[in-house]
Design a protein around this ligand. Structure first.
Ligand SMILES: Cc1cc2nc3c(=O)[nH]c(=O)nc-3n(C[C@H](O)[C@H](O)[C@H](O)COP(=O)(O)OP(=O)(O)OC[C@H]3O[C@@H](n4cnc5c(N)ncnc54)[C@H](O)[C@@H]3O)c2cc1C
Length: 380
């Protein structure tokens, strides 16, 4: 990356950190209590350019490299993982449309995604197909110059409010990965109905839910990837997503360490501040060492993406390590505050739940272990 680009990325990450501390952290507990999403703040993020990070400048975005999204995602996740992933998913849809469609077609949605007026989501998962993406059953049948879609998606981030969807569907039942194609779906058109399948209150700011497509008509120029190309393309973009999920998991541990240390420096037991007790400070030290190791793996994966090197192995390793590391340490870090760790005003309870989500989205730990095993066995 050129020095100028590094500087632009650093400035944007600083803006994201300010948004996280000034606007996300103070409201995240209320969003969770009210089971709402931080849409007003997401729009403020959009005004900073965060939903257009990877969209080319000539289409109204910032034209920054993928690693920028990983750094911004981490900065926001320190305050709230759900908010971060919600914003990053809209940014992902904006980038997908901008980079896959002719500009005149992408412009049907791009300005409103960039302003945050419309929210995006990416839908692979169905009731009977999660890990086994090749088994999806949403059906795409040719219709005039376009396609007609029938089926249901669930467990989709932002689906409670999104109306610009990247949707994967099967064009040849029984064909598996080679029959899957990708389409843009506009939730304001006939044939789209929101559902609460996959709605979870565990992390309200993620806005997960589902939708049904009942004869939804895709125009001929709204195909994102043809049958045969879409599965490979989904796997490629998931490789990138694994890096930002890893970075977000590490960010939550960093935030929890900071909270625990600040608390310990004010709280005395047996006449001593908490860090004076050896086993207490070792809890934090243990987390710190693992966090450093995770960050090195994330940095390596970000560097591979910036230099166009193969990502699959390093991204999968970073995600497995960082998300497991978060699951291992977030509970003990919350415990290190005693009862105070349960306060809804602190991010710790949300971070603990979010670490669990991080082990599932964009490739569960077991799926990634299989990928890594295959690469390792083949010597790649
Ligand atoms: C909060 C949240 C947000 C999500 N957001 C999105 C989204 O925006 N878009 C989207 O498309 N999807 C989304 N998902 C879905 C997510 O991608 C799936 O949950 C994930 O792929 C796992 O699928 P599943 O839940 O159906 O579990 P299953 O596939 O049924 O697997 C159940 C368990 O078995 C394990 N397992 C499965 N197969 C194997 C195997 N061969 N060997 C060993 N273990 C195995 C899995 O790792 C998992 O632990 C989201 C999920 C959650 C929880």
């Amino acid at each position: 990356m050129s020095e100028q680009l590094v500087e632009r990325v650093a400035r944007l990450v600083q803006s994201a950190s300010r948004l996280a501390e000034d606007r996300v952290r103070p409201q995240a507990a209320r969003w969770q209590a009210e089971r709402s999403m931080g849409l007003d703040v997401l729009r403020e993020g959009a005004q900073l350019g965060l939903t257009g990070m990877q969209v080319p400048v000539e289409l109204g975005g910032l034209g920054l490299p993928f690693s920028c999204k990983s750094h911004v995602g981490a900065a926001l996740a320190e305050a709230d993982f759900g908010f971060s992933l919600s914003l990053i998913n809209t940014a992902g849809v904006a980038a997908t449309l901008a980079l896959s469609l002719p500009p005149t077609v992408a412009q049907r949605w791009l300005p409103q995604l960039l302003s945050g007026e419309r929210i995006g989501c990416t839908a692979l998962t169905e009731a009977s197909a999660g890990s086994d993406f090749g088994a999806i059953q949403m059906l795409a049948t040719p219709h005039g110059s376009g396609w007609r879609l029938h089926g249901e998606k669930r467990w989709i981030i932002n689906a409670q409010v999104a109306d610009v969807m990247v949707v994967y569907a099967q064009t040849q039942p029984g064909a598996g990965p080679k029959g899957i194609a990708a389409f843009v779906v506009d939730g304001t058109r006939p044939g789209f109905k929101r559902s609460d399948q996959g709605h979870t209150e565990t992390l309200a700011s993620l806005g997960t839910g589902g939708f049904v497509l009942d004869g939804y008509e895709v125009q001929g120029d709204e195909v994102l990837a043809a049958p045969g190309a879409a599965f490979k393309r989904a796997m490629q973009s998931i490789n990138y997503a694994r890096i930002y999920v890893a970075a977000m998991a590490a960010a939550m541990v960093r935030d929890s360490l900071r909270i625990a240390l600040q608390y310990g420096q004010k709280r005395k037991t047996f006449g001593m501040y908490l860090p004076m007790h050896q086993s207490w400070r070792w809890t934090l030290t243990d987390a710190f060492i693992d966090l450093e190791a995770a960050q090195l793996m994330i940095d390596r994966a970000n560097a591979a993406s910036d230099s166009g090197q193969a990502l699959e192995g390093v991204a999968a390793q970073a995600k497995v390590f960082a998300t497991r590391m978060a699951c291992k340490h977030l509970g003990p870090l919350q415990h290190a505050l005693g009862a105070a760790g349960l306060s809804p005003d602190l991010a710790l309870s949300r971070h603990v739940a979010a670490a669990q989500v991080a082990t599932l989205v964009d490739g569960s730990t077991e799926m990634l272990m299989e990928r890594i095993a295959m690469k390792y066995a083949s010597g790649a």
